[in-house]
Design a protein around this ligand. Structure first.
Ligand SMILES: [Zn+2]
Length: 158
């Protein structure tokens, strides 16, 4: 990216632009093109935009969202980062559960064993605290079915 840098004495002299590079390095944040005035389609800019050596990003034409700068500051606090990572983990867990739940089927009018096995497997796919049927927790459902006498649960579909 450094090949696009050009001498811009008047920009470097602008005190507003001093310290930007240091701040980026220190905070891990960066300037990115303003979505209000930098049009993209499928992740690619729809026209040729200028590159700002000071902000180290391409910039839009300037609009009220960015105060005419063409770029906006992007930075995540440690808290935001943690909650973002947490969200990702939760989504992963949800994905896995949904995929697992989709594979669990009990035939219509199935035998009690088939039905209980399917319900038990579904219940185990959730965290025990999840209230998956009415207000009944998954962990309690699993425990109740597991405690049933044979033959309903003797064979496990695990
Ligand atoms: Zn803008």
């Amino acid at each position: 990216m450094s090949h696009t840098k050009q001498p811009t004495p008047h920009m470097v002299a602008d005190p507003a632009l001093l310290g930007i590079a240091d701040e980026m390095k220190e905070s891990g944040g960066h300037w990115q093109p303003c979505t209000g005035c930098y049009d993209t389609e499928d992740g690619h800019p729809t026209q040729r935009y200028d590159y700002s050596p000071a902000l180290q990003t391409e910039i839009g034409c300037g609009c009220h969202e960015c105060g005419g700068l063409g770029a906006v500051w992007w930075h995540m606090t440690d808290e935001q980062l943690a909650s973002f990572e947490n969200d990702c983990k939760e989504i992963d867990a949800e994905d896995r559960r949904d995929r697992k739940l989709a594979t669990i089927v009990a035939p219509d009018n199935g035998t009690p064993h088939e039905v209980f096995s399917a319900v038990l497997e579904c219940a185990r796919a959730w965290v025990p605290e999840a209230r998956i049927i009415g207000n009944v927790r998954a962990g309690d459902i699993a425990r109740a079915i597991e405690s049933l006498p044979a033959p309903e649960t003797r064979e496990r579909v695990s």
